[in-house]
Design a protein around this ligand. Structure first.
Ligand SMILES: [Zn+2]
Ligand SMILES: [Zn+2]
Length: 439
């Protein structure tokens, strides 16, 4: 590239899933790649020492709206950061939603809560595929990452050679996301996530996934039980709605006989953002003629749940920690005809993880609940996984790869695979470590 040495300081995401916050020093400029926090149970872990250099950041590039990539932004601007934040328009909308929700939770739990709206004037909305100039002979471009609405992988460089930064990405076509797009530029260095970087990690194809999902739902409904699907508000719930609707339209599941109920303010707000910017619409949720999907709130919840007609309930949060999903679990847990159907990752110290570990009874707020219902899990992940990551990197031909955003074991296995199969040197950064690379 002729840039000589670049430096990358990892304030987070080294040997851990999330908390992406990487300071890239290139051509005498400081570019922060994401600014996330890590959530374990109700606790948030901030990137250490990042606020002390808040005023030295020249630009921020944001891959997508998830909290593990955006949650620290209000803290940075509270500490004097005034850098422009480059992000897609969908990421701008979803980031506002997610940060304001996080702000309310922080306030409720008496944690430090800098105001997220202070950062909005610094948003610079960008388009995919367009080359932007930062000055000092530095350019960047966003490519669709296929992870959630608005998610982007970035290339950053001098116009000839580039660094590729993946954020979180997915290399398969899903119902609500098209797969990540290969960058066209020469890539000297790639930074890739490794959430599913374990050598044995495989995810079901979309058709396998859907078949398992629908089979479990039909088995439960046909035997007179209810299905509770806890979902994440942004991304996962929209994929679930779209899947159910597709099978309903195909005549494979009768959603007039078995109604679908959904509850979650943030889920609805996120869905409306999907509706505006996507080339498909989830307006069927509110279509009275279709009549299959029904909105519930805390006032109508009890009446719905006392109705014995088998039903599907879709409620946030995805890990049954917060939101209305714990309330629904209290209704369905005691009956073996019912099914609790997980469709996403269950992080440490969440009720969802406890249930998957077989802990029984589980604690929901101040009550203990016995889990007698069936517990199933189908992965609707929108991440890449080991063989697909290797294939993606094979296509973009980086000279070197940094592996982040994964547990130490998964990051190491992916790095090993890249070295063996692609004959490319890899780097496994630790948090607080600065990595120097010649490019
Ligand atoms: Zn992430
Ligand atoms: Zn993500």
């Amino acid at each position: 590239m002729g840039n000589g040495k670049i430096a990358l300081k990892f304030f987070g995401s080294g040997g851990e899933v999330g908390r992406n916050a990487i300071l890239l020093r290139i051509n005498a400029k400081n570019i922060l790649l994401d600014s996330g926090v890590k959530k374990i149970g109700n606790r948030e872990y901030l990137p250490e020492n990042l606020d002390s250099i808040a005023t030295k950041i020249d630009y921020i590039i944001l891959s997508h709206a998830h909290l593990d990539h955006t949650g620290f932004l209000p803290f940075l601007y509270n500490n004097g950061c005034r850098a422009p934040i480059y992000l897609t328009r969908e990421t701008a909308e979803l980031t506002r939603l997610i940060l304001e929700d996080s702000y309310m939770i922080r306030k409720k739990t008496n944690q430090k809560a800098p105001k997220p709206w202070k950062i909005y004037p610094y948003f610079r909305r960008i388009s995919y595929y367009k080359l932007y100039e930062l000055g000092n002979n530095l350019y960047f471009k966003a490519y669709p990452a296929g992870h959630i609405q608005g998610s982007a992988c970035f290339v950053i460089g001098d116009g000839n050679d580039f660094i590729f930064y993946s954020g979180d990405y997915n290399t398969r076509d899903l119902r609500t996301q098209k797969k990540a797009v290969f960058p066209a530029e020469n890539i000297s260095l790639a930074i890739t996530e490794s959430t599913y970087g374990g050598k044995q990690d495989r995810l079901p194809s979309v058709s396998q996934r859907d078949k398992m999902f629908i089979r479990i739902i039909k088995e439960t409904l046909d035997s007179g039980g209810d299905v509770l699907i806890p979902v994440f508000a942004v991304g996962r719930s929209q994929e679930i709605f779209s899947t159910l609707y597709a099978y309903y339209i195909a005549g494979e599941i009768d959603l007039n006989e078995y109604n679908v109920y959904f509850e979650g303010t943030m889920m609805e707000k996120a869905t409306s953002i999907y509706n505006i910017y996507n080339n498909f619409s989830l307006s069927f949720l509110y279509d009275k003629e279709i009549g299959a999907f029904n909105r519930v709130d805390y006032r109508t919840r009890d009446k719905i749940m006392r109705n014995k007609q088998p039903k599907i309930i879709i409620a946030t949060s995805g890990m049954i920690s917060g939101g209305s999903s714990p309330e629904y679990l209290k209704y369905i847990a005691s009956d073996s005809k019912n099914t609790l159907l997980f469709v996403g990752y269950q992080a440490e110290e969440t009720v969802g993880r406890d249930i998957l570990l077989g802990i029984n009874p589980v604690r929901l707020d101040d009550v203990y609940v016995n889990i007698k219902c069936r517990v199933s899990s189908v992965s609707f992940s929108s991440h890449t996984y080991y063989p697909l990551t290797i294939n993606f990197l094979r296509k973009i031909k980086p000279e070197r790869v940094i592996v982040n955003h994964g547990t130490p074991e998964k990051a190491e296995q992916l790095a090993h695979g890249i070295e063996q199969l692609l004959d490319v040197d890899t780097i496994l950064p630790k948090n607080q470590e600065t990595v120097f690379v010649d490019i």
